[in-house]
Design a protein around this ligand. Structure first.
Ligand SMILES: Nc1ncnc2c1ncn2[C@@H]1O[C@H](COP(=O)(O)OP(=O)(O)OP(=O)(O)O)[C@@H](O)[C@H]1O
Ligand SMILES: [Mg+2]
Length: 342
């Protein structure tokens, strides 16, 4: 399949639902994005916006029992990931595309020494000998900044702190030097200092290995320093996308304004309170026909609830879906709190 050579992954019109007792939950409703070689793309948005479902669908990790694949494609290496057999997928998951989750214990085996967990992946995917894999495991623990790596490989996950455990998970994820690393809230469970260390580490390793990273977080503050581009998700759709600069300094729709107003500014003037976005996201078993942010949007117009807005493009990278950019819409400035980041 033809693909732009700058891209390692092209996701087109991804749509995923779940069958539940409450009806069909439309978790992802037409998501499209490219992932460039060696970039970090952050996917941000409130809880339930479809970030994890998007990521897990690429890894084909969604529960078979109730996932309803409604359409779309995800082209990687000339093949549509969404159409691969489980057997083909096993050769992608791990060596080519790896994933790091919020809770490191979900990806570590508590009964197995950390070194063996890393070696296993190296032996399985790269065919390394036992001795070579053991040696490489120590190197990898050093690479992710774990002191006393020679001793640490012989320990079990519970002997590591939360931050150190997440480093181990990153070591496992990067062991086979994957082309794509998907990190889903990799630092949420950790305290702020460790968070920063882990994010710096990801960035450093990415540069060394040349991996493309999809970084999922609901914390816009976290992405400012590590991401190249941001996709803002709301109710199963990407509502704004652009470089970090564009999205932070020139956000183009009220949901992004709201997200930005709810993070601390780098020039922390703590007298200015953070303003959470009032209201809650729509029920995804019956999502609104139009712009899903309408009910919470201070600028909503008559057209908003009835039709989803087309994307307006502001630069080669920057686009947003909002009726405020329609030529007939009134001219609205972002609130001062957001304007202040300009
Ligand atoms: N297995 C499932 N069965 C039914 N509904 C699901 C399932 N997995 C996810 N959902 C629903 O899909 C929607 C999107 O969930 P998702 O986990 O992608 O959100 P998220 O953006 O990752 O949120 P968070 O920031 O809380 O991790 C939610 O409404 C969620 O309840
Ligand atoms: Mg999630």
């Amino acid at each position: 399949m033809a693909m732009n050579n700058d891209n390692i992954l092209e996701v087109r019109d991804l749509r995923i639902s779940f069958g539940t007792y409450a009806g069909e939950v439309q978790a992802v409703r037409g998501v499209s994005f490219d992932l460039r070689r060696r970039e970090t793309l952050a996917i941000v948005g409130e809880s339930g916006s479809g970030k994890s479902v998007t990521a897990k669908s690429l890894m084909r990790l969604l529960p078979e029992a109730n996932t309803i694949f409604k359409g779309g494609e995800a082209i990687f290496d000339g093949r549509d990931l969404l159409k691969l057999s489980e057997k083909q997928m096993q050769r992608v998951r791990g060596p080519k595309i790896a994933m790091v989750f919020q809770d490191p214990m979900t990806s570590l085996d508590p009964t197995m020494k950390v070194g063996n967990q890393i070696s296993e992946s190296l032996r399985k995917h790269l065919g390394m000998s036992r001795a070579k894999a053991r040696e490489r495991s120590v190197e990898l623990l050093k690479l992710v900044g774990i002191p006393n790596a020679e001793e640490r490989v012989k320990q079990y996950p519970h002997q590591f702190s939360g931050g150190m455990r997440q480093r181990v998970v990153i070591a496992i994820a990067l062991a086979c030097e994957p082309q794509i690393l998907i990190a889903d809230e990799p630092t949420t469970a950790l305290d702020v200092t460790i968070q920063a260390q882990i994010l710096d580490l990801l960035r450093e390793l990415q540069e060394k290995i040349g991996t493309s990273v999809i970084l999922i977080t609901h914390d816009l503050g976290v992405v400012a320093s590590v991401a190249d581009r941001i996709a803002v998700m709301y109710a199963g759709k990407i509502v704004e996308m652009g470089t970090v600069r564009e999205t932070f300094y020139d956000p183009q729709m009220p949901y992004t304004w709201g997200l930005l107003a709810s993070i601390p500014l780098p020039t922390a003037d703590r007298s200015q309170d953070l303003i959470p976005i009032p209201g809650s996201p729509p029920d995804m078993s019956d999502p609104p026909k139009g712009c899903p942010f309408t009910a919470r949007c201070p600028y909503a117009m008559r057209v908003c609830p009835t039709e989803f807005p087309e994307y307006t493009t502001f630069s080669a990278e920057h686009k947003a879906a909002c009726w405020l950019h329609h030529p007939m819409a009134p001219n609205v400035e972002p609130p001062a709190r957001v304007g202040g980041t300009r």
